[in-house]
Design a protein around this ligand. Structure first.
Ligand code: GUN
Ligand code: FE
Length: 423
């Protein structure tokens, strides 16, 4: 196989570990066929004739990984956020999602969503679509064509929702399996089993989705313990299960295959134990926690219990696809959370890790610049910020807190440069 070499030169910053940044000033990031081979301070002899993309004093950081968001809620950002979860679903979200039976509407929204991901420097994303198989297919194709790494979930719901979104249980399973079987050979965009959450699922639907996950060895994503009324409702609907997460566990949707549980705000110690024991990844969605007044995930407590925690934008409950802004919000929330036992705030390194290597683990070797990792990288030009005299690490800090998409000068996914239409 031909060795295609890419060398990116600049000030390289990433997190191998959550407790500190690795900084290589004026480093060369050497990639072969989209995979990192090494970082070196000078170009080794064997690469002397290869082209070098020299970004001067710009920063080179891993692309961002958004582990939980709803592509179908892109047009709904900022709407109805005076409501809490269940009312917000009823009054805004279900109505918006019902529009995705219209393929031309879906195409427009999904194209804008994908473009915004690129603009914001998100290189890998795990998304919810809607129940609609055809528009889900469109989302898969749009992400593929743009070259974004993704897991895409066709949403399943057959209970406790408006008729326009209520699937026939057997049809829901059939559509999901058909989509999986006809997915195509796509290394970058893959399927994920996606029951919306327990309350919109019949027991049969959950059971069959669990079987599909195991049969096709597919990952699973859903929502867990976001809002107190939601939790009470789950207890009424599934009285035979002692706790919310046990509903998913009972139906093979809790760690039997790689699993993402968004929110985990109101989780008991025994639930945290089970999350850890089953290697489930908890996804912290700070904007969403705040906007819907759901409460605040105790990220520190989960981390101390050894749980893998990733970060999600959760639009439209979150209002922005910006991962840097999501990082800032997670840190700020950890400073005000009312839990006297866990007052140690999250650090920038820890949350940057969640947004890169931590979340990236869900995709394999993604989110770091260690040898063997996918070459997903952003070039950050901080010239616009008042950054004179700052170290590379300080410039990264300033970009995360005060920068925006205008500071992102280039984006690479698997070593391939992705262009943003906005630039
Ligand atoms: N729980 C069930 N559906 C949703 C959704 O669309 N957004 C959020 N934030 N929580 C949910
Ligand atoms: Fe969500």
């Amino acid at each position: 196989m031909k060795r295609e070499i890419l060398i990116l030169k600049g000030n390289i910053v990433f997190t191998q570990q959550p407790d500190r940044f690795d900084v290589y000033e004026n480093g060369c990031l050497i990639c072969c066929n989209g995979v990192i081979e090494q970082i070196s301070s000078t170009i080794p002899d064997e690469y002397k004739n290869c082209e070098v993309k020299n970004y001067g004093s710009d920063l080179i950081i891993p692309g961002f990984v958004d582990l939980h968001t709803h592509a179908s809620q892109f047009n709904q950002r900022g709407l109805g956020l005076d409501l809490q979860l269940l009312e917000w679903l009823e009054e805004y979200t279900f109505r918006e999602e019902s529009r995705f039976c219209d393929l031309s509407y879906a195409a427009a929204v999904y194209a804008a969503f994908a473009e915004e991901l690129i603009r914001q420097g998100t290189t890998r994303v795990v998304v919810f679509a809607t129940i609609h198989k055809e528009s889900c297919r469109l989302l898969i194709d749009i992400l593929t064509q743009k070259g974004i790494g993704a897991y895409v979930g066709k949403v399943n719901m057959d209970s406790n929702c408006p008729d326009v979104l209520k699937e026939d249980t057997e049809q829901s399973i059939k559509d999901t399996e058909e989509l999986i079987q006809n997915w195509g050979d796509n290394p970058l965009v893959k399927p994920i089993i996606t029951p919306r959450f327990a309350p919109t699922s019949s027991k049969r639907l959950l059971a069959e989705l669990g079987k599909l996950a195991v049969k096709y060895m597919l990952p699973v994503q859903t929502h867990l313990s976001e809002n107190k009324n939601e939790i009470e409702w789950v207890a009424e609907l599934f009285p035979e299960q002692r706790e919310y997460h046990r509903v998913y566990a009972h139906y093979q949707l809790f760690g039997q295959t790689p699993t993402l549980m968004a929110h985990c705000v109101h989780v008991t110690d025994s639930c945290i134990n089970d999350i850890h024991k089953h290697h489930v990844t908890a996804v912290h969605c700070p904007d969403s926690n705040l906007n819907l007044a759901s409460g605040i995930m105790s990220a520190r407590k989960l981390l101390d219990a050894g749980v893998q925690v990733g970060l999600g934008t959760d639009i439209g409950a979150g209002h922005s696809l910006s991962m840097p802004q999501t990082i800032v919000k997670a840190i700020q929330l950890s400073k005000v959370i009312q839990n006297p036992a866990y007052t140690r705030p999250l650090t920038l390194a820890e949350v940057f890790y969640m947004a890169t290597k931590g979340g990236g683990q869900f995709f394999g070797k993604v989110g770091s610049f260690e040898p063997g990792y996918a070459c997903d990288a952003l070039v950050i030009h901080t010239g616009m910020a008042p950054g004179a005299g700052l170290t590379s690490l300080e410039r990264l800090q300033q970009f995360i807190y005060t920068g925006d998409s205008g500071n992102i000068a280039a984006r690479y996914i698997n070593g391939r440069e992705i262009n943003s239409a906005a630039h």
